[in-house]
Design a protein around this ligand. Structure first.
Ligand SMILES: *Cc1c(COP(=O)(O)O)cnc(C)c1O
Length: 508
């Protein structure tokens, strides 16, 4: 672009970021779309995950690109260097941690959202109404009152933190927002179970209370919070002048999928005048499954629920959500008037409550669109069916483990998570090795957890693509690598057996 002597600018479309040749980018775009659809439809032919060669890692330590490269060249790098070394959670053999599988519908919706490039911080445009539609659907799903409010966030870690902040403001009021938690805040105590996710503790840290202000209450054998012990701890704390302000229940613990007695927690919180929040990261969407919904009784009584559409809901990452029963409390926690965010009665700045009044983010992406597409294109019945089926698959895996003398179940299977191990003389060491062996083999991707000092192989069945054959392949691999590991460790001169096991062709 050139500034002319008379002060005008010479127009020059080559200066924009749009292509000179739209036909070319259209053809390339169609190819990318076809390739990604092929990637998903043929995913079983790939290893679940594979170790990243140093050479590939090194390609991502390059200098800042100053000059343009051809799109085809960049795309080739994506295809060669990025696609093969992704997490693997699209694959049906992925059972590590709690990861959703995504869907082709969600993928297409993400593309459309990127095209609109909407900023969901606020203002009067339909994307904000789409998010409002999801808030309304979520409200119906959890049977919350009309005055409830909700917002998309990155994930449940963020949603749990925000819930702690809402509970804080509902006790300390605007004073707490302006002056900090101060000496009144230093007396506030929070409660959850020993089986709660680590982000609850982190939320207390980030909210300024310190993680010591969180009481981790013991659990029963099924990892559900001991409600009597909770009541006793609250009474003890009150007797020394502390102020209990929030209880965080779990609807699906991360280790084994335990669901706290939510109705009992709700009743206790009502008696005590304490905020009742539920971490339902994956479990809350169990309400979509007619089989699981009764086990979540009491969820509808929570003051707030944090959950992820990106886990059991199969919406592509990221799509966390917070819903708050009393929308006024929610707004009072986060709204912060600013001249440049002034609301008008008409025009683009219309609308009174904007999403930026409900959380710490101002600029936000259009997470609602992929969720809207997913809910509409599949419907809640089908999505609930997927959830029911993952639990049935966990039951299948459990039965196979119980029938196999070389394996041992380490926790009752309550939902979609199975914790077990290969029997060995040094089980923690051997099972840790087995999990790494399996991940590196590309056959499956379980993860591990510690249960009462025992290292468990943990299979969380979340992906809608997972089937019995994937569980069979997992168990076959556990037994194969377990045998190789224990024989190698026994020093029987057959240490290379593991090499043989590793070298044999990838099953499934
Ligand atoms: C996954 C998970 C979280 C964290 O959610 P993110 O979306 O990863 O931030 C919290 N609690 C439980 C029970 C989880 O399973």
């Amino acid at each position: 672009m050139k500034l002319l002597r008379d002060g005008s600018l010479q127009s020059d479309s080559s200066q924009t970021l749009d292509p000179q040749d739209w036909d070319d980018i259209r053809a390339q775009g169609h190819r990318m779309l076809d390739d990604m659809l092929d990637y998903i439809s043929d995913i079983r032919q790939r290893p679940v995950w594979q170790p990243i060669p140093d050479e590939v890692r090194g390609r991502f330590r390059a200098g800042l690109p100053v000059k343009p490269a051809g799109l085809d060249e960049v795309y080739r790098e994506f295809a060669d260097l990025i696609v093969p070394y992704a997490t693997g959670n699209v694959h049906p053999g992925f059972m590590g941690w709690v990861h959703g599988g995504g869907s082709p519908v969600g993928m297409l919706a993400e593309m459309l959202a990127a095209g609109l490039n909407a900023n969901l911080g606020g203002r009067d445009h339909i994307p904000v109404e789409v998010e409002g539609q999801i808030v309304e659907w979520t409200r119906q799903l959890f049977d919350f009152p009309p005055e409830a409010s909700g917002i998309f966030v990155t994930g449940t870690s963020m949603a749990n933190l925000m819930a702690v902040l809402v509970a804080r403001t509902s006790v300390l009021g605007q004073d707490g927002r302006q002056h900090g938690i101060g000496s009144a805040g230093a007396l506030l105590t929070a409660y959850t179970s020993r089986a709660a996710h680590g982000c609850v503790k982190q939320a207390m840290d980030l909210a300024g209370f310190g993680s010591d202000a969180l009481r981790c209450i013991e659990t029963d054998q099924c990892h559900r919070i001991d409600v009597a012990a909770l009541r006793a701890q609250i009474a003890r704390d009150r007797s020394i002048g502390l102020r209990p302000f929030i209880v965080v229940g779990s609807a699906g613990t991360v280790d084994i999928g335990a669901i706290d007695d939510l109705a009992a927690l709700s009743a206790l919180c009502r008696d005590e005048g304490i905020w009742f929040h539920v971490d339902g990261a994956f479990g809350a969407l169990g309400v979509l499954s007619p089989m699981l919904a009764p086990r979540l009784a009491g969820l509808e009584l929570a003051d707030s629920i944090a959950f992820d559409f990106h886990k059991w809901g199969q919406v592509p990452y990221d799509a966390g959500f917070l819903i708050v029963r009393d929308g006024e409390r929610h707004r009072e926690t986060f709204s912060a008037p600013a001249a440049y965010l002034r609301r008008e009665s008409r025009g683009l700045a219309a609308g009174s409550v904007w999403p930026c009044d409900l959380g710490p983010d101002l600029s936000r992406g259009f997470r609602a669109l992929k969720t809207w597409f997913t809910l509409k294109a599949y419907g809640t019945e089908k999505l609930g069916g997927v959830i029911t089926r993952t639990c049935a698959l966990a039951g299948y895996l459990e039965a196979r483990i119980l029938a196999e003398p070389r394996l041992e179940l380490l926790a009752p299977v309550q939902l979609n998570i199975v914790c077990f191990r290969y029997r060995a003389a040094d089980p923690n060491k051997v099972n840790r090795e087995i999990v790494m062996d399996i991940q590196e083999s590309g056959i499956a991707a379980p993860s591990t957890t510690m249960l009462e000092g025992q290292l468990a192989i943990r299979a969380a069945i979340v992906n809608h693509r997972t089937d019995t054959c994937d569980l069979d392949a997992l168990l076959a691999a556990v037994i194969r690598f377990g045998a190789a590991r224990t024989e190698a460790d026994a020093g029987s001169g057959r240490a290379n057996l593991r090499q043989e096991a590793l070298a044999s062709p990838v099953a499934g």
